[in-house]
Design a protein around this ligand. Structure first.
Ligand SMILES: Cc1cc2nc3c(=O)[nH]c(=O)nc-3n(C[C@H](O)[C@H](O)[C@H](O)COP(=O)(O)OP(=O)(O)OC[C@H]3O[C@@H](n4cnc5c(N)ncnc54)[C@H](O)[C@@H]3O)c2cc1C
Length: 338
């Protein structure tokens, strides 16, 4: 069977970070809904692989893996309803330029565009921005294949009680084959970076800093009681724009593009220093077409309620001697919960 890709035994299938080697090399690549249904019916157990960016074994299976990578087309763009329906194998990197060309945008993106929409939404992947819900909050409907091969649909408008849990289903409900996302008119953004904010300014003015722009990210290595960099992403719209002054809560406006880890080249980072550009080339930190981030690092995340944010920051700061030696960088973000 040509779509059944037998991986050479010395070429094991890994996740992006290389810390997980999947437990099977049985990977089936489906090209259509019918192929998905027929494959699922024949398997006793399987997991769907997205773009393999999870750092844990959530996508792993010891039985079989299913990829929808080649199912990566736009199914429908409804300009009046402001929705787009796509095949589940599509990545944000494929979808965003298409949407922009058609005059539309998404409300938010993760730090990189390389990830699949289905995998990102299934795991509640988020960007930054205290008024921005995570990426799954844009999902208004999806179609999936159950373990028996049945095709079911969920819609936010009809399945109000169960919908949020079904969208962030962690790959457990079935194989998502299409997803419908809310879109909005396209917009441009500017990105500014400030260096070396004293930690005391961040803890004293956390709310003001987080609310200063559409999307705000703080990067720190927990050394020297400072936040190394603040990335501010501002929408070029009335009431949303950020006025870039030379000083921001004690931090200094950067005069060159920076990587979140200042010692690394900023070549793979999105454009900064207030240069206007499309939303999908400013919301992520890393550009499509480059290896994101620092390479094969490991990431972990902790979520705390907003009212505990400063307390949580100070708790980690107290551990800086233990934490910093093992760390490339930490990112602090605020998100809207619903
Ligand atoms: C460099 C890097 C940067 C990152 N930045 C961020 C960030 O800014 N914010 C953030 O929140 N996270 C971030 N992540 C984490 C990433 O967004 C999540 O791991 C996300 O799940 C990746 O999607 P994927 O398709 O690669 O997932 P995979 O690891 O392939 O799969 C994840 C889960 O989704 C399921 N799944 C995938 N496709 C389907 C489908 N069609 N039907 C049913 N289930 C499916 C899988 O079975 C699995 O359970 C980052 C990861 C990396 C490596």
């Amino acid at each position: 069977m040509s779509p059944l890709l037998a991986w050479a035994s010395n070429n094991k299938l890994n996740n992006w970070a290389g810390n997980i080697e999947y437990s099977t090399d049985r990977l089936y690549s489906a090209n259509s809904l019918e192929q998905v249904r027929s494959y699922v019916k024949k398997q006793s157990k399987l997991r769907v692989l997205g773009t393999r960016h999870c750092f844990n074994n959530i996508a792993d299976s010891s039985h079989s893996l299913l990829s929808l990578k080649s199912m990566d087309k736009v199914v429908a763009l409804d300009s009046d309803a402001q929705t787009v329906t796509i095949n589940a194998g599509m990545t944000y990197g494929q979808l965003c330029p298409y949407l922009d060309r058609k005059g539309f945008a998404l409300h938010n993106l993760a730090s990189l565009p390389h990830i699949s929409v289905a995998g990102a939404c299934s795991t509640a992947t988020h960007g930054s921005g205290e008024k921005n819900g995570n990426l799954s909050t844009a999902v208004s409907g999806f179609e999936f294949v159950t373990a028996s091969g049945e095709v079911l649909k969920f819609a936010r408008a009809h399945d109000r009680e169960t919908f949020p849990g079904a969208v962030v289903g962690l790959g457990a409900l079935g194989v998502i084959t299409t997803i419908t996302l809310d879109i909005q008119p396209t917009y441009t953004m500017r990105q500014y970076v400030y260096e070396n904010l004293p930690l005391s300014e961040v803890t004293d003015h956390f709310d003001s800093i987080e609310s200063s722009a559409y999307s705000v990210s703080l990067f720190t290595d927990w050394r020297n009681r400072r936040v190394n960099e603040v990335w501010i992403k501002s929408r070029d719209e009335k009431g949303q724009s950020f006025t870039a002054t030379p000083d921001f809560f004690g931090g200094k406006l950067a005069t060159r593009n920076l990587h979140p880890i200042a010692e690394l080249s900023a070549d793979n980072c999105t454009e900064q220093m207030g240069v206007p550009g499309p939303w999908y080339e400013r919301l992520p930190h890393f550009r499509m077409g480059f290896t994101p981030s620092a390479g094969k690092e490991l990431q972990s995340e902790y979520f705390v309620p907003r009212h505990h944010a400063v307390e949580a920051i100070l708790a980690v700061e107290r551990l800086h001697d233990q934490v910093s030696p093992h760390l490339l960088i930490s990112e602090i973000r605020a998100n809207r919960c619903r």
